[in-house]
Write a protein that binds this ligand. Sequence first.
Ligand SMILES: NC(=O)c1ccc[n+]([C@@H]2O[C@H](COP(=O)([O-])OP(=O)(O)OC[C@H]3O[C@@H](n4cnc5c(N)ncnc54)[C@H](OP(=O)(O)O)[C@@H]3O)[C@@H](O)[C@H]2O)c1
Length: 403
Amino acid sequence: MVNIGLLGLGTVGSGVVEILDKRKEKLKGLTGHDIRIKKVLVNDSSKKRKLDPEIELVLDFDEILHDEEISIIVEVTGDVENSYKYISQGLKAGKNIVTANKAVVSKYFEEFSALAKEKDLAFLYEASVAGGIPVLKPLKEQLLLNEVSQVQGILNGTCNYILSRMIDEGKNYHDILKSAQDMGYAEADPTADVDGIDTMRKLRILATLSLQGKINEEDIFMDGISSITSFDIEVIKKMNSTVKLIGEAKSYKDGFTAVVQPTIVPRDNYFANVNLAHNSVAFNGSEVGELKFYGPGAGKLPTGNAVLSDVLDIVTKTYKKNNPLGTAELKNYNHEIKGRYYLRVSDADDNIVRSLRRISEEMPSNKGQVAIITNEIGLMEIKDLLDSLNIEKGRYFLGRILD
Ligand SMILES: NC(=O)c1ccc[n+]([C@@H]2O[C@H](COP(=O)([O-])OP(=O)(O)OC[C@H]3O[C@@H](n4cnc5c(N)ncnc54)[C@H](OP(=O)(O)O)[C@@H]3O)[C@@H](O)[C@H]2O)c1
């Protein structure tokens, strides 16, 4: 018998319970083990829940931590500080860990990985990046034979949903965000998604694994989508392009560049066809070439499925026991990033128009919004220009143009 302590019974936790219940007999046949959830930790004891009476609902983590029959803790709470405690105490107490919580993995990646190695336990987090898409396991496998030089992805379903609908329907950002919230595609507080924080955390995990050196959250240049206007969408469509929030890390000289940025993608580019709540990740290996992964970036069953794949790797002892993080000392070269950019500024006075005209002659405009499409220029040069003109976040939209 393999006993699991499940932390959290929300969207992902209930997906884990549902799939495990459905596949119980099959899994027993395939693995030779009865795999069951013994206890579930939740916050609120007053909520009505449909749960097999054999599963014990608990409000105190210690009841899972000190239960010697529980060998695997599945953490799907979303709480960062408490889950740090759950994961580190769990590993110290000899429990294998599976989590979907990108915020906590991103924040404590090195610490958890080292602790798991020291204790000879599993620390697996497939569902933390790109939800239902199995990408971390293949990436870790390919790292044994390949140098990975680049990883890119559409990693946030909420942003991709909003941008896809803005392009298709021509409606403004706030209307689409409201409708996304009503339909459950966006949180009531969408900041972590639309400001790029969620994508940045996933890129931090992907980049650290791919480039085999520590790339911190603060090392990643981050811009979100919340300032995009219908005018931007019109101009982008006239460029025969679409717009996506893309996270990208590349090896560069003796270090790396890492950005999360709205990206203007030609219609015939692969990423242009990753729409609505879908995610995609692509990475380049020295031997295997470019690999692309596409699928559901979230959702009860896809994410529950990813969590359970990790559980099965523990039960069948097929997970890699080495610490997958590399030890390369990588320098940050974001200050050398160059590219072509689309930049739109609202309420642009004559001084702003004159300054922008110095970078580009091409200047579509509408009702105080002026935009430029640059030739190759440094990303930091544009950021410095915006700062020197006192153009604060919210008054401009900057997108890298993918050629
Ligand atoms: N939703 C997705 O599709 C998806 C996809 C990929 C990754 N993830 C990640 O998976 C995690 C869970 O997401 P979710 O959407 O399932 O969240 P959710 O629906 O909000 O559920 C959270 C669950 O955790 C419980 N909980 C919260 N804080 C807790 C604490 N401190 N101690 C004990 N229990 C606590 C809640 O208890 P109550 O029920 O008592 O309130 C609830 O059952 C997050 O890290 C998220 O980023 C989610």
